[in-house]
Design a protein around this ligand. Structure first.
Ligand code: NAP
Length: 347
């Protein structure tokens, strides 16, 4: 029986198909159950990973695991990794290929949820909801004043989407309902109704809201820095639902300090988590939430199901439903009936 290490709690009903095929070691379990546990379970220490993976054939990993050459060298039997996220910036994919390790991830099943989060951040930041709540809670709420606490409009705004992939397109679909003009950048042109492709400077200059939805990679690290923020409108809002290091944090702090842009709404930051005394947290017009883009019960169950389905398919010598291109091809086997996630792939 293959041995599989699982980096975090996975609900028992979802893990079951894998438990019948493999000997599992599951790292930890939140006491309150999925979606209700307020506490964060501790991440697997690096040394534990190095020790436990030494005799594992498979691994269900999390984006908090750093998957590099050292770790792959320490895991000579490892043949397959399935990560419970779509983003794989924590994985050295080339090294996996070189070590003969196939990688799966969880695209699609979190797309709509993450786009919902992006839109919640956009609405909250444009209409200054956190600032308004602060005024109410601090007792500064005075009589109704027609010229007090104004913002821009959400409807009819120009939305610039940096990265028009699965999540970018789901954000664009929502923008249509708000009569927004949608601009986008991507490496290749997309057939998205009503959306106009621009170069990055053009998008930054014209947008009232800029939302980041590209993967973190060498080419996108620091993609939004001082020069790019300087191109944005003084009233524009920057929204990041992708990965923190795509935005240069120091440049963003500087831009908010000097009023170069109107505000920011961040689901992801660099570093993550942000320490409570971090400069980004001092701005009333900078909304920060703790990387909850796909944190709904249905999305997390669907992600867990797909992560498990990748491993089940691999060990049954079927094609993984979400194999990551660039990682090792699956070894020869009976691929007549592809594996499929045990739950709907669209949540
Ligand atoms: P995707 O479908 O692969 O889309 C990525 C988009 O980025 C594509 O349009 C791609 O262009 C574009 N792109 C890639 N490199 C680029 C570059 N150098 N310059 C300009 N555009 C570039 O990925 P997705 O499923 O939408 O997810 C995007 C990212 O969101 C993930 O990688 C993950 O890091 C993040 N994410 C975060 C959360 C969260 O909890 N906050 C949840 C889910 C995902 P082409 O199509 O032309 O290649």
């Amino acid at each position: 029986m293959p041995r599989v290490f699982v980096s975090d709690f996975i609900p028992g009903d979802i893990l079951e198909p894998l438990a019948t095929l493999a000997e599992l070691e599951v790292w930890s379990q939140p006491s309150g159950g999925l979606g209700v546990a307020p506490q964060i379970s501790p991440r697997v220490p690096r040394q534990t990973l190095l020790d436990r993976l030494a005799d594992c054939d498979g691994w269900l990993s999390m984006l908090s695991d750093t998957i590099d050459v050292e770790l792959l060298d320490a895991a000579p039997k490892l043949r397959v990794i399935s990560q419970m996220s779509v983003g794989v910036d924590n994985i050295d994919v080339e090294a996996c290929r070189a070590h003969g390790v196939s990688v799966g991830h969880t695209p699609d099943v979190l797309t709509e949820t993450t786009a919902d989060t992006a839109f919640a951040l956009i609405g909250a930041a444009v209409r200054r909801l956190p600032e308004g709540e602060e005024i109410v809670k601090s007792g500064e709420w005075g009589p109704w004043d027609p010229w007090h606490f104004l913002s821009g409009d959400l409807h009819g705004a120009t939305l610039g989407i940096v990265g028009m992939g699965r999540i970018g397109q789901a954000i664009a679909r929502r923008a249509r309902g708000f009569d927004m003009e949608v601009l986008y950048t991507a490496r290749t042109s997309k057939d998205v109704s009503g959306a106009t492709r621009l170069d990055r400077p053009g998008l930054l200059e014209r947008s009232d809201i800029v939302v980041i939805a590209v993967p973190l990679a060498d080419e996108t690290r620091g993609m939004i820095g001082r020069a790019e923020l300087g191109l944005m409108k003084e009233t524009a809002i920057l929204v990041n639902v992708a990965r923190g290091p795509i935005v240069d944090t120091d440049a963003l702090v500087e831009a908010l300090t000097e009023g170069v842009i109107g505000g920011a709404a961040l689901d992801v930051t660099d570093p993550e988590p942000l320490p409570p005394d971090h400069p980004l947290l001092q701005f009333p017009n900078c909304l920060v939430v703790p990387h909850i883009g796909s944190a709904t019960v249905p999305a997390r169950r669907a992600m867990a199901s797909l992560a498990v389905a990748n491993l089940v398919a691999y060990f049954r010598q079927k094609l993984m439903p979400a194999w990551l291109p660039g990682s090792a091809e699956q070894p020869p086997g009976d691929y007549s009936a592809p594996g499929s996630p045990s739950e709907s792939s669209d949540s």
